[in-house]
Design a protein around this ligand. Structure first.
Ligand SMILES: [Zn+2]
Length: 659
């Protein structure tokens, strides 16, 4: 089905010539990805970002959750129910009362519904998500001191769980409204986040075990998963997560125990992997159904069944994580109905509701998706929502083997992800509008959900670059890296790549004893052929010919080195005419990067900023903040990659879209 070309040693592949060798994969297939420690990233852009995240951002996030940066905590906000509030004396006491870990201690000490909880109800979940993220970093870089720090967290979590005979653990609900567990008896699950928190705990247990081999948190997670199964799916009791994520988490738990049956012996509670899958499926299947137990809300993907849904709706983080879970169910069950529902919704998201940076969630109110083709420049675009869209896209590639899903993941990875944290590694974004007049990063937030999600996503990044399916290797992302992949029927295959975004040159080396059986598929991004995202929502002025198709370029018996030159010429991008907010506007891109003009670089022309009708070059000789800007040949306009916004001054003014 795929005509393949064997290339001689170090042939420069002109993609225009060889596009006939390239076709989108049509057969449904299941891909597998190496674990994060099987791929070492050696990339000019990503290595410093990941090292900074590991050494600066991770300790920063933990310090802030522990209340050690109390200057940054909005102490007067209504969101804090600290027992010490109002009678704070001295820094030490303040630090203690703003320490999220204190919630676990209060539960362990036996406090029940006496009004002492710090932070929003989902702070437990954020702590667990942080543990998940750090676990994947630990897997790549063992760090005994960090492990010890997390072990102290885990001891507190375990002790808090022991306060309940069933293993129920949600510090907010226990401390504030104990009679509303799981949102029952007049509670509100959408606010309380009981099931969300529990799902995050399960995910953390899985990842921490994989990183360290320690089973303490996994046992806590398994006890809780058993309780949830008995209470919900096992009793056919219609409780579904008010915030998605647990679907994916329970399936991770299922896969872990299925792949390591002997692990059961190390766990002192019953291990029932099939129940964890059933519970996740139950949560998906019960959406849009109710026996009057809860309002059916689009906000929480609960207004209709997944088979009725035609559009992606509601809170953007919840929605993207929910559909990730649906894709998980499709993968685990091989049920075509779930697969086609997930495909339909992904097409709606990417074809009509995704922003040029891969961000989603147009509307501030309810942090939700807007209607089709509603893509305003000042849109909300929460960091977590882009991450959710990335996870959904990654799972769809796993399910189908189709390169288009990786086109979207690439867009998110190179634009929405590195934007989320400042160059110094300690200041974050929550909203990521494409045009702004006063953009500021924050050191910490009343709702610090984005930094943990960022840690989790970047911890998994090494897993996203390559995939294996049968005797095939897929190069899905262009990120400098080396790996030894286990390929069925072929054995160990060493693969490495080097990437230069200033020139578009990608060099790939493959070493294998039995390369004759091996097929190497390299993703040719859709931006090469004039489409910024699959499905045509944005197009560029890169020359388009009939033969140019995105998809995988296949190499048989790839024993020689391969060099590709991707066309990174700066391009002018326009949106589909149906996007009213972007008519008459254009933006700039090169390679996978969306560019943006900051006022600080364009003072002279700011009031009349006009990107079109100019030629641009990548100006590698005059980097800004260490990255290559685009400069117009008349010298009037300078644009930097979007991910570098708001690093040089307060109240940054910038534009992705201009006239
Ligand atoms: Zn967030």
């Amino acid at each position: 089905m795929i005509s393949a070309k064997q290339l001689s040693n170090y042939v420069l592949v002109s993609l225009l010539v060889f596009f006939c060798a390239c076709t989108a994969s049509a057969q449904p297939k299941s891909m597998s990805y190496p674990s994060p420690n099987q791929v070492k990233i050696t990339d000019r852009m990503w290595s410093p970002i990941l090292e900074r995240t590991r050494t600066v951002t991770i300790p920063d996030v933990l310090d802030k959750f522990e209340g050690r940066h109390i200057d940054h905590v909005a102490q007067d906000a209504d969101n804090f129910w600290s027992p010490d509030r109002g009678r704070v004396a001295g820094e030490e006491s303040k630090e203690r009362s703003h320490n999220t870990l204190r919630n676990f201690e209060l539960v362990a000490e036996g406090h029940v519904a006496d009004g002492g909880h710090f932070g929003f109800p989902w702070f437990d979940g954020l702590i667990y998500e942080t543990i998940t993220g750090i676990s994947d970093y630990l897997l790549q870089h063992p760090d005994p001191a960090m492990e010890q720090r997390l072990d102290q967290y885990i001891r507190r979590i375990e002790t808090a769980q022991k306060a309940d005979p069933n293993g129920y653990i949600n510090t907010y609900t226990t401390l504030m409204e104990n009679n509303h567990r799981w949102g029952e008896n007049g509670g509100n699950l959408r606010w309380q986040h009981d099931v969300y928190n529990s799902g995050c705990l399960v995910e953390a247990g899985v990842h921490y075990y994989k990183a360290t081999g320690k089973t303490q948190l996994l046992e806590v997670a398994t006890r809780l998963a058993n309780y949830m199964y008995d209470y919900m799916a096992g009793a056919n009791h219609n409780v579904v997560p008010g915030h998605a994520l647990p679907e994916d988490a329970l399936i991770q738990l299922y896969y872990l125990y299925k792949s390591e049956p002997s692990l059961e012996k190390s766990i002192s509670v019953p291990v029932k992997p099939d129940n964890y899958l059933k519970l996740a499926k139950f949560w998906v299947d019960q959406r849009g159904k109710t026996d009057g137990r809860r309002p059916l809300e689009a906000y929480a993907q609960d207004a209709e069944t997944i088979f009725e849904a035609k559009t992606i709706e509601g809170h953007a983080v919840r929605a993207t994580l929910f559909w990730t879970g649906v894709a998980d169910i499709a993968l685990a069950s091989h049920d075509e109905q779930y697969c086609s529902a997930a495909k339909r919704i992904w097409d709606n998201m990417v074809g009509r509701r995704m922003f040029i940076t891969g961000g989603v969630g147009a509307i501030h109110e309810d942090e939700k998706f807007g209607p089709d083709y509603f893509l305003p420049t000042e849109a909300y675009l929460e960091t977590c929502a882009a991450i959710g869209a990335g996870l959904f896209s990654w799972r769809m590639n796993e399910l189908t083997g189709d390169a288009k899903y990786m086109d979207v993941l690439e867009r998110i990875i190179f634009n929405s992800i590195p934007t989320a944290v400042s160059m110094d590694g300690t200041n974050y974004t929550y909203q990521n509008p494409l045009n702004a007049d006063k953009m500021n990063r924050w050191p910490w937030h009343d709702c610090p959900c984005c930094p943990p999600m960022l840690l989790k996503f970047t911890g998994m990044l090494p897993s996203m670059i390559y995939a294996v399916s049968g005797s095939n290797i897929y190069v899905n992302l262009f990120i400098g890296s080396t790996s030894t992949l286990q390929v069925p029927g072929v054995g160990d295959v060493e693969i490495s790549q080097q990437v230069d975004w200033n020139t578009g040159k990608v060099a790939i080396q493959v070493r294998s004893e039995k390369s004759k059986k091996l097929r190497l598929h390299v993703r040719i991004p859709c931006w090469q052929s004039g489409q910024e995202l699959p499905l045509g929502l944005y197009s560029s002025n890169l020359s388009i010919t009939e033969q140019e198709k995105s998809g995988y370029l296949t190499f048989k018996n790839p024993k020689d080195d391969i060099q590709l030159t991707l066309n990174v010429s700066p391009r002018i991008v326009k949106a589909d005419d149906r996007v009213r907010q972007l008519r008459e506007l254009c933006s700039l891109a090169s390679g996978p990067f969306v560019y943006c003009a900051e006022k600080i670089d364009n003072e002279a022309v700011w009031d009349n900023l006009n990107l079109a009708e100019r030629q641009y070059n990548l100006d590698a000789r005059h980097p800004i903040m260490g990255v290559t800007p685009l400069r117009s040949t008349d010298g009037e306009i300078t644009a930097i990659p979007f991910y570098m916004i708001a690093n040089r001054c307060n109240d940054t003014a910038y534009r992705v879209w201009t006239k």
